[in-house]
Design a protein around this ligand. Structure first.
Ligand code: NAD
Length: 263
């Protein structure tokens, strides 16, 4: 007897009608994540630190996808602003089912010249803020007994480079933040995972892409022999926020063209 899949069988990747907040989605990787979620039927809050950039990105995304999109601007390092921002998203789009902690910054200096202000800024945006936003969004997720949180890690979660020690420490911290949130939230039906991109062409890396020597190092060091494109990351995100990953928890998935697998 031949068994065929019924066309009515729900896809394990179906996220239609879910509400998602993607921090740092006014451009770059976050905007591509927001586009992937909106194109898959989710309602999406586009977020950033710059109101004009965020509102323009949200309007363009709504036009492009026809999805319900809401623009929200707040500083992810400020607990009171996070509380107000999450409340604003929930009032506009409903309870948050999917949180993508993606906002991040990078600063490069020789170690002995690294300004304390840049160290503090990196740790605040890249490590403290994902904790603050997850802590706030978890209140509603715990009440509903479900939710998906994806933190943006990096190849620097595992591999160091000169001149970016605070960034590497922050992204290494994301691996354990992800496991810690898993420990706290898994019993409430919430899955927390991290997506670790390799070297991806965005505003954050624009200067490096233009730097011929650095670009040659990236393509030589990456088994796939190229820079990653933002679109390379979307499928893994959509998997992690879907029912297909309901038993995947506390993991960091590298999407890096093989960089962390090969010396
Ligand atoms: P980007 O600079 O293009 O975008 C950063 C986003 O974060 C913007 O929307 C910005 O408004 C927001 N943001 C920054 N500080 C904020 C603050 N204090 N409050 C609120 N929002 C703030 O960066 P990107 O390249 O798209 O990087 C996105 C994430 O991916 C970061 O976490 C980064 O560390 C990570 N990452 C990037 C690469 C890469 O190659 N580009 C590789 C690995 C990991």
């Amino acid at each position: 007897m031949t068994t065929t899949l019924s066309s009515a069988a729900p896809s394990p990747f179906d996220i239609t009608g879910r509400t998602a907040l993607v921090t740092g989605s006014s451009r770059g990787i976050g905007l591509t994540f927001a586009r992937g979620l909106a194109s898959s039927g989710a309602r999406v809050a586009v977020h950033g630190i710059d109101a004009a950039e965020t509102e323009a990105a949200a309007a363009a995304l709504a036009d492009e996808t026809g999805a319900q999109v809401h623009a929200v601007t707040f500083d992810v390092t400020d607990a009171a602003a996070v509380r107000a921002g999450v409340a604003d998203v929930e009032a506009a789009l409903g309870s948050i089912d999917i949180l993508v902690n993606n906002a991040g910054i990078q600063r490069r200096h020789p170690l002995v010249e690294f300004p304390e202000s840049d160290l503090d800024a990196i740790l605040a945006v890249n490590l403290k803020a994902p904790f603050l936003v997850a802590q706030r969004v978890a209140v509603g997720m715990i009440a509903r007994g479900s939710g998906k949180i994806v933190n943006t890690a990096s190849v620097q979660s595992q591999l160091a480079r000169p001149s970016i020690t605070p960034y590497s420490a922050s992204k290494g911290g994301i691996v354990m933040l992800t496991r810690g949130l898993c420990a706290d939230l898994a019993a409430h039906g919430i899955q927390v995972n991290a997506l670790a991109p390799g070297y991806i062409e965005t505003d954050l890396t624009r200067a490096l892409v233009k730097d011929e020597a650095f670009s040659a190092w990236v393509t030589g060091r990456t088994p796939a022999a190229r820079w990653g494109q933002v679109e390379d990351l979307v499928g893994t995100l959509l998997y992690l926020v879907s029912p297909a990953a309901d038993f995947v928890n506390g993991q960091t998935i590298f999407v890096d063209g093989g960089m962390t697998a090969v010396v």
